[in-house]
Design a protein around this ligand. Structure first.
Ligand SMILES: [Zn+2]
Length: 620
C-alpha cells in the first residue's frame, strides 16, 4: 500500500531490511522454502499450465478451482516483494510465470483461464462463484508489486489493459454487478496509486457503492455471505464469509481514505470496533463458522469450532493496516501484531512445507488422516494438522506475500515524525532518519532503537501495546513509564541517539467477556504478543487433555525459557455413565502437576497431539 493521504505514510518494501529474529527468520524461510514449495505445487497441479494452454488457442481442460489463477498471481506478488527487499533467487521463475500469464491475456484485456473460450462457460456468467473480478484484483496487486520492485513495465501494462476492460464493462450503466468475492477494489485502488489514473479509483468506488444493493442472486447462505445485504457505509459489523468481508473492508478503507470520504471511513472504524469487540478470537483469528467460512453472531466464539482461516488473518492485517495509516490510532497496530504472531506465524510449519488453513483454538482429537484427492491434496482445509497443499490453496501463497512484504509494516512516518509500529529487528530508511531496531523480541522485551542521519526536529513515536502495563522507555539521561495502548513520544531525537524500550514480558492470565459463553470459566495464558496453549505432548504420561484443569488461583511462571502453570487432573466417572449430575456432586480426587505451555504458533510440531488455548479452571 502506498497511501497518498492519511495520518501515517508507509515505507516502501525496499526501504526496510529485516535482520535475524522472529520475523527476519520467517522471511528467510519464505524465500528458501515457502515460495519454492508453493510454486512447485502450482506447477505440478498445472495451474500455471492453464495460462500456457489458454495462450495456445487450442481447447484444454482447466485444472484447479475457479480461483487457481489468483494463486499464481499471489506468488508473483510474493517474489516481487522478495526482489524489492534484495533477494533475487527466484527472478528467473518470476519471469517465466509472468510470461506465461501475459501470453494468456486477450486483446481486450480480459484475463481468466476458466471462462470465455468457445468450449468454456461465457465470461461473467457466474458472479457468485466465478471469481473473475477476484482474480483480476490479485493480478493488479501482483503487477503493482512487480512494477515497484523492478521498474519493469510488462506486467503493469497488462494490468492497465485489464483494468481498462473492467472500467468499461462495469461502469455505471454497463454490467451492474459485483463479484461474489471482493478483492478487485484493493487491486484498482493500488493501481491508481501506481499509475495516477483516477478512473481506477473511481471504479473501485463504484464497486464499493454497488455492494449491498442485492445484485448477487439469493443463496442458501444468505445475502450477508457476500456482504450484499447492506451497503458498506450502512453496516455496523463485519459479517458473512470472513475473507470476503475483510477484503471488502480493506478495499473500502482504501477508497474512503483516498477520496476523503469521512462518512465511509467512520463506518469502517465502527465495523472494526464492533468486530474486534464481539467477533474476534484471542489469537486475532476471525470466523467461527466452518460451513460457510463466516463470522458468527456476536460472541459466538467457540474455541473448538474456530475456523480462523489463515487468509482471514492476512485480510484482517490488511484492513487494520489501512485504518492505522488513515487514523494514526495505535489499536490497529496492536491487532496487527496479535494477528501476525498468532495467525500468520501459526500457519506455516517450521520447515515451510506445510500450512494450517483453519487455525483452531482447541483440537479435541489427534486427527486422523485428512481426505485427499487423486492429486494428493487436501480437499478441505479443516484443522487436521498442517498440510502440504489444498484444493483451495489460498492460504499458503497469502502467507508468502505477507511475509515477503512484512518489512513495510514495521515503521511509518508523518511530517517531522517517525512511528515504530512493530518491534522487528531491521534497518528502516525513512525520509527523515535511518532507524535501526535491534531486539530478540518476543523472547525478551528489550527493544533498542537507534536513529542516524536525522533531520533536526524529528520526533519518534513508539507504540506501547495495550497489554504492556509497566513498560519503560529510556533515552539519554531520561527514563519514563509510558502508558500502554498508545504511542510514547520521544521529541527532537538527536543524531545517533539510542532509545531503549523495555516491555514487561511476564506471562499473564486472560479471561473472556462473560458473553463469550463457550469459554466461560476458562482462562488463557499470554506472554507479550504471543498466545500460549496447553498441548497434550506436554502433559504427564496418560493424562487426557479433557481431564485437565488449571489449579485454582495458579499464576503462570516463567522457568527455563518456558511458561509453566499448575494444573490438576480431574479423573472422570465411567464413560458409559450419564454425564450429568447434581452440581454439588464433587469429582474424584484431583492429581496436581506442573506443565509447560507451548507458544500457540509452535503447536502441532511434535507429532499428533491435542491442544487447547482456553483452559477450564478447577473449582476449589
Ligand atoms: Zn485461505
Amino acid at each position: 500500500v502506498a497511501f497518498r493521504t492519511g495520518t501515517f505514510r508507509p515505507l516502501a518494501v525496499s526501504d526496510a531490511r529485516l535482520t535475524e529474529g522472529f520475523w527476519g527468520d520467517r522471511q528467510d524461510l519464505n524465500d528458501t522454502a515457502i515460495i519454492p514449495h508453493a510454486a512447485e505445487w502450482m506447477t505440478k497441479l498445472d495451474w500455471v499450465r492453464n495460462f500456457e494452454d489458454a495462450a495456445s488457442g487450442l481447447p484444454y481442460s482447466h485444472r484447479g478451482r475457479e480461483f487457481a489463477d489468483s494463486e499464481v498471481y499471489k506468488i508473483i506478488e510474493a517474489i516481487s516483494w522478495e526482489i524489492a527487499r534484495g533477494r533475487t533467487d527466484h527472478a528467473d521463475l518470476l519471469d517465466r510465470l509472468i510470461s506465461s500469464v501475459l501470453a494468456a491475456q486477450e486483446p481486450d484485456g480480459y484475463l481468466h483461464t476458466l471462462f470465455g473460450r468457445a468450449w468454456q462457460r461465457p465470461r461473467y456468467s457466474d458472479f457468485q462463484w466465478g471469481h473473475e473480478l477476484y482474480c483480476f484484483g490479485h493480478f493488479l496487486q501482483a503487477a503493482v508489486a512487480h512494477h515497484r520492485a523492478t521498474g519493469d513495465e510488462r506486467m503493469l501494462r497488462g494490468a492497465r489493459a485489464l483494468a481498462d476492460h473492467v472500467c468499461v464493462m462495469f461502469a455505471p450503466g454497463g454490467l451492474d454487478r459485483v463479484c461474489g468475492h471482493a478483492e478487485i477494489e484493493l487491486g484498482l485502488a493500488e493501481l491508481w496509486r501506481e499509475t495516477g489514473d483516477r478512473r481506477y479509483l473511481d471504479q473501485a468506488s463504484v464497486f464499493i457503492e454497488r455492494r449491498g444493493t442485492g445484485t448477487i442472486p439469493l443463496h442458501e447462505f444468505g445475502r450477508a455471505f457476500w456482504q450484499d445485504d447492506l451497503k458498506v457505509r450502512d453496516a455496523d459489523v463485519l459479517r458473512g464469509h470472513a475473507v470476503r468481508a475483510l477484503y471488502l473492508a480493506a478495499g473500502a478503507a482504501d477508497v474512503a481514505a483516498e477520496t476523503g470520504d469521512d462518512e465511509l471511513r467512520s463506518a469502517l472504524e465502527r465495523q472494526w470496533r464492533q468486530t474486534v469487540a464481539r467477533r474476534t478470537y484471542l489469537t486475532g483469528g476471525m470466523g467461527s463458522h466452518h460451513m460457510d467460512e463466516a463470522f458468527g453472531e456476536d460472541f459466538v466464539l467457540p474455541p473448538d469450532r474456530s475456523y480462523c482461516e489463515t487468509c482471514a488473518g492476512v485480510a484482517s492485517v490488511m484492513f487494520s493496516w489501512r485504518l492505522l495509516l488513515a487514523t494514526g490510532e495505535a489499536k490497529y497496530a496492536d491487532l496487527i501484531e496479535r494477528t501476525l504472531f498468532n495467525v500468520v506465524a501459526t500457519s506455516p510449519s517450521n520447515d515451510g512445507h506445510a500450512f494450517f488453513y483453519a487455525n483452531t483454538l482447541h483440537q479435541r482429537v489427534t486427527h486422523s488422516l485428512p481426505s485427499l484427492n487423486e492429486d494428493g491434496v487436501v480437499i478441505r482445509g479443516g484443522a487436521a494438522g498442517r498440510q502440504a497443499w489444498f484444493e483451495v490453496s489460498c492460504c499458503p501463497p497469502n502467507v508468502a506475500r505477507t511475509l515477503a512484504s512484512l518489512g513495510a509494516y514495521v515503521v511509518t512516518e508523518s511530517d517531522h515524525a517517525i512511528q515504530i509500529q512493530q518491534f522487528v529487528a531491521g534497518v528502516f530508511q525513512t525520509s527523515s532518519a535511518t532507524v535501526r531496531i535491534s531486539t530478540d523480541y518476543p523472547r525478551s522485551g528489550t527493544v533498542e532503537i537507534e536513529v542516524d542521519a536525522v533531520t533536526p526536529g524529528t520526533a519518534v513515536h513508539i507504540r506501547i501495546p495495550a497489554w504492556a502495563d509497566g513498560a519503560r522507555l529510556r533515552r539519554t539521561g531520561d527514563e519514563t513509564a509510558p502508558p500502554a495502548g498508545d504511542y510514547a513520544l520521544v521529541a527532537d531525537v538527536q543524531d545517533g541517539e539510542r532509545i531503549t524500550l523495555v516491555l514487561p514480558m511476564q506471562p499473564r492470565l486472560s479471561r473472556a467477556d462473560d458473553r463469550v459463553d463457550a469459554v466461560r470459566g476458562s482462562l488463557a495464558v499470554e506472554r507479550g504478543p504471543e498466545v500460549l496453549a496447553l498441548e497434550s505432548v506436554d502433559l504427564p504420561e496418560g493424562w487426557p487433555l479433557d481431564e485437565v484443569a488449571l489449579a485454582s488461583g495458579a499464576a503462570p511462571v516463567e522457568r527455563d525459557g518456558s511458561v509453566w502453570v499448575d494444573v490438576v487432573r480431574l479423573p472422570q466417572t465411567d464413560d458409559a455413565d450419564w454425564p450429568y449430575a447434581r452440581p454439588e456432586t464433587t469429582a474424584a480426587t484431583r492429581v496436581p502437576a506442573s506443565v509447560s505451555l507451548v507458544r500457540y504458533h509452535d503447536w502441532a510440531e511434535r507429532g499428533p497431539s491435542t491442544m487447547r488455548v482456553w483452559i477450564p479452571v478447577s473449582g476449589t
